[in-house]
Design a protein around this ligand. Structure first.
Ligand code: ATP
Length: 511
């Protein structure tokens, strides 16, 4: 675990040093859980976003896009349930003055018991070797059985208390378990209270009677309230989807783990409208499609898993998370939810406008059911970054850090170097660059040795480096160096474009 946390620290430092991600307001010592994307980060982020858009919109005739405003009518958040229920239980430690999510304190406690169980199992496996029967051990070892039972008892208190929003019961549970502040060890807790995660602000001048509005905590509601506008203007027939990417804001209580949990982040969401009764088959199909999309980025399958929810939100009849193995363990990357007709029905009720669809195939009018796929762009960015980050030991005892990004996501596709700054090589290299830059993101560099320039581009994941030397002046050939294999080959200048273009479409079969 320590090693993994170490990896996260290294990624954060690398992301800053190489212009991927900076803490927001850095010269003012940052703003908690807010980050800025630097020159390389913005390219990588845009490429991930475009790749999602391509898979969802370009590859599906029945999915269209939308860009709804961040500000929306405040009643929308009443209808969606966010005003009343989009909150987390918060608790403060009176001695350390640290603030925690009360449910997370209990869940961390559960994770510790689970870790104890796993330790027992590992120990027993070592002791019994080949003949070890894990199932039997789990069912009969007294310490494991007692710990499992303890976990079940805690869950049986936590989850119903969360469902009832019974803050006193959660506080009691924390006290009964003797949970201490992880920082100070103090058990001197305040009461637990609900904390709404929506940011609010005022719209209009006070003289006009300003009204309180919210920064959207998800992009989905912009899709729901535009459902009829989009369906009619793009002549969509059910089943069809609406896709949107954009900023969302949540005043997260505990914001840590870099861009995994931010207060301002970006979502990529798609709501798929279907005939009631067909939702389970669409839910299954979207689960599969979304997993295939993740795999098409080249990340190995063992880094992903589904986590089906046993405990469903009141509006959902099926839900799963696609979890990714981040440096801090398996965590939610994307949610796929069968949301029934909850949102559209609520908007019908609150707006007084009909949000029905007339299905001519069955001659019936209904409020469509919805399957939602919702992924955090920043979390996907972290997944891609942590999978790509590689420390490699080279011959001669040196080390290189290489970002093994799939070429289609890399910020720059090609770096162009003149071998030296003289003899007309920069001019020739500029000519190469000019031929390529309208088709590919290219970077021109002449400072430092070629070796150093290679290292800098390894560190940002540029898949190809081109070196122009004296021979280029004679026969128009250049050296093409491939990032991962570090192989160099001499090729005619006019072949660069084809080689690079080919590498950018390698993932397309996964779409
Ligand atoms: P979590 O349980 O981690 O708080 P969630 O279940 O509240 O997430 P959803 O409301 O389902 O998340 O949001 C959909 C997606 O948006 C998530 O899968 C995640 O990728 C992303 N997301 C949610 N909250 C944040 C955040 N604070 N920072 C970055 N991404 C986020």
């Amino acid at each position: 675990m320590a090693q993994q946390e170490d990896l996260l620290k290294k990624i954060i430092a690398h992301a800053k040093e190489y212009g991927f991600v900076f803490p927001s307001s850095d010269i003012y010592d940052g703003l908690s859980a807010v980050y800025d994307y630097g020159p390389n980060g913005v390219e990588l982020k845009k490429n991930i976003r475009n790749y999602w858009w391509k898979a969802m919109v370009q590859m599906h005739e029945n999915i269209v896009g939308l860009d709804a405003a961040i500000f929306m009518h405040p009643t929308i958040w009443k209808a969606s349930g966010h005003v009343d229920a989009f909150s987390d239980p918060l608790i403060d430690n009176k001695d350390s003055k640290k603030r925690y999510r009360a449910d997370v304190l209990v869940e961390d406690y559960l994770a510790k018991i689970e870790a104890k169980i796993n330790k027992e199992v590992t120990k027993a496996r070592k002791r019994f070797g080949e003949s070890f029967d894990e199932k039997q051990f789990q069912e009969t070892n007294p310490r494991v059985v007692a710990n499992r039972q303890k976990m079940e008892e805690i869950k049986a208190r936590l989850y119903p208390a969360m469902d009832r929003s019974d803050m006193a019961a959660i506080k009691q549970l924390i006290e009964d378990l003797g949970i201490a502040d992880p920082v100070s060890g103090s058990k001197n807790w305040t009461d637990v209270r609900q904390f709404n995660l929506m940011f609010s602000t005022q719209m209009g001048s006070t003289a006009d009677g300003a009204s309180e509005i919210y920064l959207r905590p998800e992009t989905a509601q912009g899709i729901f309230v535009n459902y009829l506008n989009v369906q009619k203007t793009s002549r969509m027939k059910i089943p069809f989807g609406i896709a949107q990417t954009g900023k969302a804001f949540r005043n997260e209580i505990v914001a840590r783990q870099f861009i995994f949990r931010m207060r301002e982040f970006e979502q990529m969401e798609m709501q798929f409208f279907v005939r009631p009764g067909t939702e389970m088959e669409w839910y299954k199909s979207w689960k599969e499609k979304r997993m295939n999309w993740h795999l098409s980025t080249g990340i190995p399958a063992e880094k992903f898993r589904f986590h089906d929810h046993d405990k469903l939100a009141h509006y959902a009849n099926a839900a799963t998370d696609i979890e990714f193995e981040f440096p801090m363990g398996f965590k939610e990357l994307e949610g796929i939810h069968s949301r029934t007709n909850f949102d559209l029905s609520a908007h019908e009720k609150y707006s007084g406008k009909k949000l029905r669809y007339f299905d001519s195939e069955i001659n019936e009018s209904y409020v469509p059911y919805v399957i939602e796929t919702s992924i955090g762009l920043d979390r996907m960015f972290l997944a891609i970054l942590s999978n790509a980050y590689t420390e490699e030991n080279l011959e001669g005892g040196t080390q290189r850090i290489v970002m093994k990004l799939p070429p289609f996501l890399a910020p720059y596709k090609i770096a162009v170097f003149p071998l030296t700054k003289k003899d007309g090589l920069p001019e020739k290299a500029r000519e190469v660059m000019d031929n390529l830059k309208s088709d590919f993101m290219c970077f021109y560099e002449e400072k430092d040795t070629i070796g150093k320039r290679y290292r800098r581009h390894d560190a940002i994941g540029t898949p190809y480096c081109i070196t122009v030397d004296h021979q280029t002046l004679e026969d128009n050939t250049v050296t093409l160096r491939e990032r991962d294999s570090m192989k160099q080959e001499r090729i005619p200048m006019n072949e660069i474009s084809g080689i690079v273009a080919k590498s950018l479409t390698q993932n397309n079969q996964g779409l």
